[in-house]
Design a protein. Structure first.
Ligand code: OSB
Ligand code: MG
Length: 371
């Protein structure tokens, strides 16, 4: 496959509802989209870097120049056989995984189109429908949170995840469990605790949680193994798993019993598939995390979630939970039974609404191969 050009666009889209984690609240998203032209097809990717360097050190303002100066020129240097070749092509650049994933996923999308195959099949998926959960941010009051949970349960979602931090944890879990004793419930701390709070963290065990996601430091694996030994609730790692080696290490030392895979966090589909396989070898389930993606990233998450070991509901939910108007058609819909149906169309199975992308675009630049 010869890549003739790479185009970067920054789009801005207001969220239907603000989203708050232990590291802050946002009301709208700045999203970096990547498109590539390759032998008659256009592949799309989304760089999931945030507005700020709070979830990870990467953010939207580091992704742009890194792609422009290094990654796009490297990608366009000579032919690429498949999406899988991107990882080694871009390996000389350290880190910047979200920037790399935006490019790599656009190449996989283009490859699926050229081979006239659904992207999910090209990735090795088998599931024809995927199970969906929701991630509900910190609200202004526990009552507001309960209202939100009620809405999402009525919509059919199969797992409720709430964000927690000191001061917004056991008190809200009490309220949730006294209203819904049996729902599948998990929590995500985004590194809001430290190991000297172990006595506090052990109190989460009373709430029959499916998991506690990333309780400790974002860059720490070993101390999660210590914590896992001292609590019953299964730990799930998100931030601290950046590649398949991390996953293998974490599972070998029992730092967690579940893994969250985000294709952006790990640098693209190739590494995401490797982590999936590592977890499968350890007989540990994985699920697909979310980064408040537009429809483009969302459609990629759906394709990835068709792999066999995605055994738990993901944070892949309906377009309308995030956007008044999504940039793909049809928008992503979740059925009343909490599942998303996977179709047989070529590529992602969703069409990019290019006129709408253009309307939301605040910055655009196209790169061509050097001499
Ligand atoms: O930790 O999973 C996370 C959003 C932004 C940054 C980090 C996380 C999240 C979510 C949102 O939980 C999941 C979604 O896209 O709905
Ligand atoms: Mg998380």
């Amino acid at each position: 496959m010869k890549i003739e050009s790479v185009t970067l666009r920054e789009i801005q889209m207001p969220l239907v509802h603000f989203f708050e984690t232990s590291f802050g609240r946002i009301y709208s998203r700045r999203i970096l989209l990547v498109s590539i032209e390759a032998e008659g097809v256009r592949g799309w990717g989304e760089c999931v870097a945030g507005e700020d360097p709070f979830y990870s050190s990467e953010w939207i303002a580091t992704a742009w120049p890194t792609i422009k100066t290094y990654l796009a020129p490297m990608l366009m240097q000579g032919k690429l056989e498949t999406g899988r070749d991107c990882t080694s092509r871009l390996a000389r650049v350290r880190g910047h995984r979200m920037a790399k994933a935006g490019l790599e996923n656009a190449v996989w999308d283009a490859e699926a189109q050229q081979k006239q195959q659904p992207l999910w099949k090209l990735l090795g998926g088998t599931r024809r429908e995927i199970a969906c959960g929701v991630s509900i941010g910190i609200q202004d009051s526990p009552e507001q949170l309960l209202e939100k949970i009620e809405v999402e349960l009525a919509a059919g979602y199969r797992r409720i995840k709430i964000k927690v931090k000191p001061g917004w944890d056991l008190n809200v879990l009490e309220k949730i469990r006294s209203r819904w004793a049996d729902i599948v419930l998990s929590v995500d701390a985004n590194s809001a605790y430290t190991l000297d709070q172990v006595e506090h963290l052990r109190k989460f065990d009373a709430f029959n949680l499916l998991m506690i996601e990333q309780p400790l430091w974002n860059d720490e694996i070993y101390l999660h193994a210590r914590l896992q030994k001292s609590m019953d609730t299964s730990i799930c790692l998100d931030e601290s798993i950046l590649n398949a080696r991390d996953a293998d290490f974490a599972l070998e030392i029992s730092a967690c019993r579940i893994l969250n895979i985000k294709v952006g966090r790990v640098g693209g589909f190739t590494e995401a598939k490797k982590i999936h396989d590592v977890a499968q070898r350890h007989d540990v389930p994985v699920w697909c995390g979310g980064m408040l993606e537009s429809g483009i990233g969302r459609s990629h998450n759906i394709a990835l979630s068709t792999l066999k070991n995605f055994r738990l509901p993901g944070d892949v939910s309906a377009s309308k939970r995030y956007w008044k108007e999504d940039i793909i058609e049809p928008e992503v819909k979740v059925r009343a039974d909490g599942m998303i149906a996977v179709n047989d169309q070529v590529g992602t199975g969703y069409k990019v609404r290019e006129e709408l992308v253009q309307k939301f675009t605040v910055r655009e630049e196209t790169f061509k191969p050097g001499k």
